[in-house]
Design a binder for this molecule. Structure first.
Ligand SMILES: NC(=O)c1ccc[n+]([C@@H]2O[C@H](COP(=O)([O-])OP(=O)(O)OC[C@H]3O[C@@H](n4cnc5c(N)ncnc54)[C@H](O)[C@@H]3O)[C@@H](O)[C@H]2O)c1
Ligand SMILES: [Zn+2]
Length: 282
């Protein structure tokens, strides 16, 4: 695990959350008449030189990966499932680890293909406009869609790797999945016998400070910042929206449900992500 600065980088569910008083309210018409607003946002993107995109689980639902907090979200349907993503339960309880590994074995990411939303963001990079792509997702679909690894900032890690919680060794997830299929139910690190875990950030776990710092710096360098498919409830990364706004970027939020940052956005589009991004970004 990387070194930590607990006070600066606490996360999840509003830890350290400062709610901004909205300064700019999106017009109600922007929400109820998205077509006009889509045209406006498309023009902003055309003018922009440094677009920064922040994505959340909502961009991958159209690829068959459920989000956590949306109406069909994993935790909305089964609040107990949250335990599998909590480092305290994971480290303390072998039964939780066994369940977590079984869930990894059937994770929808293995079969998922990038959708029109991921492809539109990859197209934005090909146009030379994408300054950074900050993602809370762990599914690797942005890279599969063609975004370059250097451009993607994975603030919550990736499910494509495993990490040893004792010695820090990292390796491909596929090898551990094979161990599961051949009968191990809680495979230990082959180097030191420590507990293995997917290389993702769980509840109660510290973020990687350098990764968060890079994401925040990129947000502050944006002239157009687009948050897509995120409920913006997970901190500190939700704070990237304010960071971009304060630095003078136009802020656009594309999400089916309201977010705490709608009030400071220049445009809020409560629309399906895939087909909308194709209209805005390409
Ligand atoms: N695909 C993944 O990698 C994945 C999936 C689930 C959870 N997670 C992890 O859990 C955390 C959850 O936080 P989050 O903010 O990313 O997601 P979230 O679950 O809190 O919110 C997702 C939002 O997307 C919206 N949404 C879903 N599908 C949509 C669509 N097709 N069009 C428009 N809006 C849509 C939902 O209404 C919801 O508000 C993330 O930080 C991530 O680490 C990742
Ligand atoms: Zn180890």
């Amino acid at each position: 695990m990387a070194s930590v600065k607990p006070d600066c980088f606490r996360m999840w569910r509003g830890a350290g959350m400062k709610m901004e008083t909205p300064t700019v309210r999106p017009q109600e018409r922007d929400i109820v008449q998205p077509d006009a607003m889509i045209g406006k946002v498309r023009a902003w993107v055309a003018q922009a030189r440094r677009v920064v995109v922040l994505t959340g689980a909502g961009i991958s639902t159209e690829s068959g990966i459920p989000d956590f907090r949306g109406p069909q979200g994993v935790w909305t349907r089964d609040p107990e499932a949250e335990k599998l993503s909590d480092i305290r339960y994971y480290m303390a309880d072998a039964e939780i680890r066994k369940k977590a590994w079984q869930a990894r074995l059937v994770h929808p990411a293995w079969e998922a293909r990038p959708n029109a939303g991921h492809e539109a963001i990859a197209g934005l990079e090909r146009r030379g406009k994408l300054h950074a792509l900050i993602t809370q997702n762990i599914d690797g679909l942005h890279q599969k869609a063609g975004n370059s690894p250097e451009c993607v900032i994975e603030v919550h890690g990736t499910v494509l790797k495993v990490v040893c919680m004792s010695c820090g060794w990292k390796g491909p997830m596929q090898e551990t999945l094979i161990r599961l299929l051949t009968g191990e139910d809680d495979p230990p690190c082959t180097l030191c016998g420590g507990i293995l875990k997917s290389d993702t950030i769980s509840f109660g776990q510290n973020l990687v400070p350098e990764v968060i710092a890079r994401a925040m710096r990129s947000a502050a360098e944006a002239d157009c910042f687009i948050a897509i498919g995120t409920s913006l409830q997970v901190y500190p990364i939700a704070g990237a929206v304010s960071e971009a706004k304060e630095a003078g970027a136009r802020v656009v939020i594309v999400n089916a449900e309201p977010t705490p940052f709608d009030g400071i956005a220049d445009a809020v589009l409560r629309v399906p992500i895939g087909k909308t991004l194709a209209r805005i970004l390409l």
